[in-house]
Structures are given as structure tokens and as C-alpha cells.
Design a binder for this molecule. Sequence first.
Ligand code: GLU
Length: 269
Amino acid sequence: MSLIKKSLAFGFTALLAIMLLAACGGKETGGSDSGNTLETIKKRDKIVFGVKNDTRLFGLKDPKSGEIEGFDIDIAKQLAKQILGDENKAEFKEVTSKTRIPMLQNNEIDAIIATMTITEERKKEVDFSDVYFEAGQSLLVKKDSAIKSTSDLGKGTKVLAVKGSTSSQNIRKEVPEASVLEFENYAEAFTALKSGQGDALTTDNAILYGMADEDSSFHLVGGTFTEEPYGIAVKKGQKELVKEINKALKELKSSGEYDKVYKKWIKEG
Ligand code: GLU
């Protein structure tokens, strides 16, 4: 074989090897395509949770340590402890309100624990655990704002919200005359509010408390105008996993572990 032919053959073999490796590795680190997610989790000995990375108090990544912290994170760790015997067996992948259901359907994650409200519409696509947190939608404005509740929103007011959230749908129903500006995630929406791109930011009170905590020139107004019960979502039909999660949640509540996590993160309300 000539040198050129030899190196071509080598290149081709290397390419094949890389393709094979890529096919085996896949991006499916969570979920299971057809089978039983709980069995897959037990075999893998890890649960892959989809969590927020930009939501103070629920799921916030510290850029220095790379650690993600918050109420949802601690509950996920406790679930891993109950189900697999070790809280370090919880693995985390970032989701946003818009990407969380598609990522679950693509088997990139086993479960979503990311400030997600249980709704009838979402129940058509995923299954939910029992309620593990009760929030309600509210408004965040600058402390000197004339807006005191949703009745001060109207034609000409700009409300900021996040794509894929119930908040964005609810505010359109509550105040159809106001214009709604949507962002990819809560970090972007809050940055936009701070830079004056809108008059108010709307989402769950629990999330807004985290923002007010970060910047004291903002506060919540008008109480809550919806109920947002949070649930842990899994792929539709994964009944055994839902059962196991609910059993673990009950255990966390009766052991006092849930209250400890609640007190650590939730001060208001
Ligand atoms: N809980 C609401 C929802 O599930 C708002 C928070 C969020 O965007 O995750 O849509």
C-alpha cells in the first residue's frame, strides 16, 4: 500500500472508532426510553434530576464552586438518600421552564424538580408526584413604583415573564391589556427588570423572594393571585417511580427532614 493509501485507511478506521464510541456513549444519561425508569435508576445507582441553576432559594449555581444550592436541590438529595441510600447519588442537570419537559421526554433526565407547578395541561405530558411545596403568583417591582397590585397594570404597562412558565400564561388572563415580554430564564428576566425594560416581573412569590433578597431596591406587591402547587415530574406512565418518590416525600415529612430543609431556605410567607 502506498503511504497515502495507508494513512487514508488509518484515518477511516479512526473515524469509525470515534463514531462507534459516540454511538455507545450517547447523550442519554437519564431516563429510559421504553422501560421502567425506577429500574434504570437502581441499576445505574444514580438519579438524574433536572433543576434550575439561576433561581435563588430553589436552584442556584455558585459560579466559583460549581455547586448548585436551594430547596429543590436539598429535596432531590433527600430523595436520592431515601431511594438509593446516599444523597450523593443525586446528579443535577440544568433545565429552564421551557426546556424541562422536552429534556424529560428525551431521556436526558429522570425527574424534574424545578419550581414546577402541577397543572392539568402538563398532566397530559408528564406524571407528577404529590405536592411538595405551595407557591402563588405575585409581582416584583421597584420599591418606588406606583404599581401596588395587578389592578395597577394595564394598557401601556410592560410585564416581564419567563418562557414556558405558568406565570406567563396566567398574567395574560389576569391582565389581558398589559404587554408581556418573555425571557429564556429568571436571571435574564431579573436583569431586564433592573435595567428598566419592564414595569414588573411576574412569577411565583417563592422565586420573587429570592430576587428581593438579592437586591433590596425591589419588593413583592399585591399578594398572590394564583395557586402554584409544585410537584416532581417524571415521564408519563412511570407509576413505580411516582410511588417511590411519594413514599420518600412522606418519609421526609414524618422524619422532620422536610421541615429542616424548608426552614433553611424559606423565610418569608
Ligand atoms: N411554578 C411556575 C411554573 O411551573 C413558575 C415557575 C417556573 O417558571 O418554573 O411554570
